[in-house]
Ligand binder design. Structure first.
Ligand SMILES: [Zn+2]
Length: 499
């Protein structure tokens, strides 16, 4: 059984000013053939799940191409054309195939295709034809469309946020594919798009209303005849018509059952829509709460929601840093945070470890993310920014590369980690351990994320506060000028109806 596996994986924040071009994919991760096994066969990604699936279900897995980059702006037409033509080439040259596994995100937007993932599925379907099963895995932040459904035999979506289960979903996709090829099942999919969004601060699946939704999904999965059930939380920072929440049920040949269960899930989520909206904490209050908390060896972690690197944040917002300075936060090891700032890193490298320096940090990308802030500090260490995370954290990535990085201890007692690769985020504490920094030792840790750093920081945090900071990933959805989204869509239009 010969299975092809490919992925063109991107979460696109269309409000980000920086477009995502071919070089951005090349610079971050662009793997072919054995390079994919080297990097993914022992990680926790959906591709890792394909490798595990190939052992468990005994098929010949042919990893052809996998590329992804951190969530940045709209993908250029040139990048889309070059990457998809290589995918087509590889599929054609190395075929024929018994089946295809596609590791997509579901939230990708290119200049030409608002539903880029649907177009990728369509292109793959054109190459392999209707008789070769195609199963696609998607991120929980997917904006799922009928086009994606129409061009695949089954879609399997992560069920956790932070995403700790991509590997398991990759195995699940492999099982569905193999059973379909063997003729043991005939998957039928039904999609219901709900006219609502789930605010980014309400997206963790471990507690609260999102847990109720995922419990419903599990309940549907337990029905005989149901092959798979999924929720697409939606990626709200994509200004596209299909942005929003959706439910997808795959059954074994029973279209009525798939429709019935998908509608049931959609109705249940719609009924709790008011509980799924923004309730983040004003920045000043977040800093004060963290500064006055009883530390006792457990940091208070503030999520910089407006600069959520996992959602397209620029990684250099200084809004919360400015707020901490305004509040007068100081004292030994009072604050730890990272900032993307290649210019400051260069200055620190030129100055050298152990020296003191006065320089501006942060806010170098645009004017949405605060102003550069002047700090005086001591350059503690310079590293290559590479670290390895052996345990499953958000997305299941094992090898990280933050680019050349500098730890700067300021005279106020802040430790600022300045780095040169943007889209990595704070998903692993190894980022700091690899520089000899223990985040546990700081009273306040600011993370550039909303949900994705939770898996790494929940175990050491006294409390996690979602700060209502401005930026390209703000929780305040009224701060975005949407022109393509559906109308009506709750909560933009509070009188939205769903029938
Ligand atoms: Zn996601």
């Amino acid at each position: 059984m010969r299975i092809a596996a490919l992925g063109f994986h991107h979460e696109t924040n269309t409000f980000q000013s920086v477009k995502t071009d071919y070089d951005a994919f090349q610079a971050f991760e662009f793997l072919r053939g054995s390079e994919i096994s080297e990097k993914h066969s022992n990680a926790h990604t959906s591709f890792t799940g394909y490798f595990r699936g190939s052992e468990k279900y005994e098929f010949d897995l042919n990893p052809l191409l996998f590329t992804f980059t951190g969530p940045t702006g709209t993908i250029t037409k040139d990048a889309f054309d070059r990457i998809t033509s290589e995918m087509v080439d590889l599929l054609e040259k190395n075929g024929p195939w018994d089946g295809v596994l596609l590791a997509q995100h579901g939230g990708a937007v290119s200049e030409e295709y608002p539903d880029m993932d649907g177009q990728v599925a369509y292109i793959v379907r054109q190459v392999v034809g209707d008789k070769v099963p195609v199963v696609m895995t998607l991120d929980l932040h997917s904006n799922i469309t009928q086009k994606q459904i129409d061009n695949t035999d089954a879609i399997v979506v992560y069920r956790t946020n932070p995403h700790l289960d991509p590997l398991e979903r990759g195995v699940e996709a492999s099982e569905i594919l193999v059973k379909t090829i063997r003729g043991e099942i005939s998957p039928v999919q039904h999609l219901v798009q709900v006219p609502m969004i789930i605010n980014i601060v309400k997206q963790p699946t471990g507690f609260g209303p999102m847990k109720l939704i995922m419990d419903d999904v599990k309940e549907v999965m337990a029905n005989s005849g149901v092959v798979s059930a999924s929720c697409g939380q939606g990626f709200p920072y994509a200004d596209v018509e299909h942005m929003g929440v959706s439910f997808l049920v795959v059954t074994d040949g029973d279209a009525a059952l798939a429709e019935d269960k998908a509608k049931w899930l959609a109705d249940r989520a719609w009924n709790i829509r008011a509980d799924l909206q923004n309730d983040s904490t004003p920045m000043g209050q977040a800093i004060e709460q963290a500064a006055t908390a009883n530390y006792a060896g457990k940091p208070t972690v503030i999520m910089d929601v407006g600069d959520n690197v996992g959602g397209g944040g620029t990684a250099d917002s200084t809004h919360l840093l400015a707020e901490a300075i305004k509040y007068g936060l100081n004292g030994e090891k009072c604050l730890l945070m990272s900032l993307f700032d290649p210019v400051a890193v260069k200055k620190c490298i030129d100055t050298g470890v152990g020296s003191s320096i006065i320089l501006n940090v942060g806010a170098g990308t645009d004017d949405l993310h605060g102003d550069p802030i002047e700090v005086t500090g001591n350059i503690r260490i310079i590293t290559d920014g590479r670290y390895e995370e052996p345990t499953p954290t958000h997305g299941g990535i094992r090898f990280f590369d933050y680019g050349l990085s500098v730890a700067l201890d300021t005279e106020d007692g802040f430790t600022l980690v300045l780095h040169t690769v943007r889209g990595v985020g704070n998903m692993s504490r190894q980022q700091y351990y690899s520089m000899g920094i223990n985040p546990e030792n700081y009273r306040v840790v600011i993370c550039k994320g909303t949900v994705s750093p939770r898996a790494a920081y929940e175990p050491i945090a006294r409390e996690i506060i979602m700060a209502d900071s401005p930026g390209v990933t703000s929780a305040d959805m009224s701060s975005f000028a949407f022109t393509n989204r559906r109308v009506s869509l709750y909560p933009f239009e509070l009188d939205t109806e769903f029938v």
